[in-house]
Design a protein around this ligand. Sequence first.
Ligand SMILES: [Zn+2]
Length: 487
Amino acid sequence: MKPRPTYPWWATTSRDETHFRQDVLLRRLLHDRVVPFTAYYSKLFREHGIEAGDIRGTDDLAKLPFTSKRLLENPKDFVIIPDESALRHQWSSIRHALTHGPAATKQMLEEELRPILMTSTTGRSAAPVPFLYTKHDIANLEEGGRRMMELANSDPSWRHINAFPFAPHLAFWLAHHAGTGFNTFMLSTGGGKTMGTDGNLRLIGKVQPDAIIAMPTFFYHLLQQSAAEKIQWPNLKRVVLGGEKVPNGMRKKLAALCAELGAPDVAIMATYGFTEAKMAWIECMPEKGGKPTGYHIYPDMTFIEIIDPETGERVPDGHPGEIVCTPLDARGTVVIRYRTGDLVEGGLTWEKCPCCGRTCPRLLGKISRVSDIRRLNIGKLKGTMVDFNALENLLDDTEGLGAWQIELKKRNDDPLESDLVLVHAAPSNGCDRNVLKQRISNRFGQAVEFTPNDIVFHSWDEIRQLQGVGKELKEQKLVDHRPTLEN
Ligand SMILES: [Zn+2]
């Protein structure tokens, strides 16, 4: 494949110029591809009496309704399926045919528009939603992945390990294409499911990678095991985490374990991405001991809005709100104004990054899923909304607590009864169980207005099983086993 032309402006251009360029990209995408050739948006525009040309730029996106997860039940309606004769009569096709000839134009359009790869949402609660990629999208994965390597200050001569599970998921494919885009050695182990923890450890021991990309909980188990077996990873310099949240406590634990394995100067960076964006973004490499400075967004590929989740209105820069995403250069499956259900604490900033100096927009602060907020009936708290994000951060920060899972149940498994909250825990470093029980209860007191009904201790193996480490794409730290009346 021809390498995608790189746009150096993504990281250095002024906000005004970026705004102008984003408008051009959005107009082209809507006018030439999305409105004429996707079933959902052509109908939506018709029904709202809007023409593609009415959206002059990103400011006009507010004229369009959001696309919610629920609407993706008919994924085919969001795929660009071109009508050949309409495509042939488009000005951009005619211009290309005049200068390159009709055969070259046909090939160019096929490479741009024919779906050749599929990823899907993980869908533990809902049916998985497929997302299609064309060669054009794969070139974007390569370029986005290459930038990820650049932001992490990696080096093409280094050895990289991709420990995401072999699965039709964005995380695995983006990591894979980051390797080809950066022209570097990238070994994909397939995560725990394919060769188990032992297989991963043997391979890592042999390759002695300079950088690893993995899910935090799985990586944590690898480090634990490696430390227990006294295996050293002295080459390791970068750790990139994806697929789930990375609380600060988790970063600290990972850094401490890396030091134990002979890699004291490792830089740990988190990524944020989701299937619908067909992209993920990374934090740049912080100075030693420095704080992360946010996820660096590529403004030539994606337009991010932050909205008030109650009103749907955009909030000013630097204000918390829900992340809404519009790709600017996607083909295959395209979702405009996608409501992620993710809340970002520090909002979006266009300030120059204090760490790397790039001027691309950045998402700041903790990102939490709206779905981690559950309604509980517990004791005196009837129908209270409980934010498990806050609790998760506190639990990850608890000394002596190696791994954990919160389980929600109903008393006697009766849907009409009150809720029960259980904590499954694996102590680390031989921490005394009674001391740990007290600590966990105290943590609950700091975050929520109740204490767990029970704390159950497990071995590392048992907790791994419970969390589905290496089997699920996202380790299950909060499971809801409450029966409902309908079932
Ligand atoms: Zn930066």
